[in-house]
Write a protein of this length. Structure first.
Length: 277
């Protein structure tokens, strides 16, 4: 038993100190910067259709093996609420921008690569070197690259009012994306020669979830509501999953604004309008 414990402890230490190849995602794999919308007041319990449109700005300073990422886009969503706490929501959107490649501190960007493609070796090595860090120092490695992606999301969930002031809910579904850009071209080339772990293809989909808690201001929310939402997209292995947190204020007139933070989009600002039919 003692040896088993020691073996387990050594394994944890090795996992902690052993770096891995840097992972690069498609920007479309980021959680959609569109918050789940809610009923304007807590005393509403009728069936209704809601349509929301929003625009956003996205940024990543230096994380997720990218840096100086700036982009923007928009989302449109439609939500059908039964005469109860249950709802179904579909959202579609897209965004684009530019970024530079980088290397996180916990990734081993000096891994030696054995080239099998001479043309790619010539294009992506410097003075015969064969690691990602050296490529980042070249002209190609310092350049900014454009990206664009379309995103779609479908969620089924429960959005409940606990009394007149508390909002609590959970939802699950699918998020998909499509993209084709200079960033994707170079990301695939770097993956082909082994510099990086190219986590995502140009197109893909994965299970997604969201849960949230919020508070209404004034009786039944006559002054609006504020929610904190936690989103996750479960694509690939656990280490490849991406998540986000959204902080949103919504006014009874339907206008809303907020901030998102998480993987790939480390900081985002969004604003929009919800219409109820």
């Amino acid at each position: 038993m003692k040896k088993l414990v020691q073996f387990f402890a050594i394994g944890l230490i090795l996992m902690a100190i052993t770096a891995c190849s840097p992972t690069l995602h498609s920007m479309g794999a980021a959680s959609m910067p569109a918050p789940v919308t809610h009923r304007a007041t807590s005393d509403s319990a009728v069936s209704e259709v809601e349509v929301a449109a929003s625009g956003f700005w996205a940024h990543n300073g230096d994380a997720d093996n990218i840096k100086q990422m700036n982009g923007g886009g928009g989302n449109v969503s439609a939500t059908y609420r039964l005469g109860s706490v249950f709802f179904v929501s579909a959202a579609v959107g897209g965004y684009g921008g530019s970024l530079k490649f980088s290397c996180d501190e916990d990734a081993d960007c000096n891994d030696i690569v054995t080239f099998t493609n001479e043309e790619k070796q010539k294009s992506y090595s410097i003075n015969g070197s064969d690691n990602y860090n050296d490529w980042l120092k070249t002209g190609e490695g310092k350049k900014s690259y454009g990206f664009w992606n379309l995103q779609e999301r479908i969620l089924l969930g429960i959005d409940a009012n606990l009394g007149k002031y508390i909002i609590l809910g959970v939802a699950g579904g699918i998020q998909a994306y499509q993209g084709d850009s200079d960033y994707d071209d170079v990301r695939e080339d770097l993956g082909d020669i082994g510099y990086i772990d190219n986590s995502d293809a140009r197109n893909g989909f994965a299970p997604a979830s969201a849960w949230w808690i919020g508070v209404r201001f004034g009786k039944n929310g006559k002054f609006g509501n504020f929610t904190i939402e936690f989103d996750d997209v479960y694509k690939g292995t656990i280490g490849d999953w991406v998540g986000a947190r959204k902080y949103t204020y919504a006014h009874p007139t339907g206008f809303f604004l907020g901030v998102t933070e998480g993987d790939l989009i480390s900081l985002g600002v969004f604003a929009g309008k919800q219409f109820v039919f």
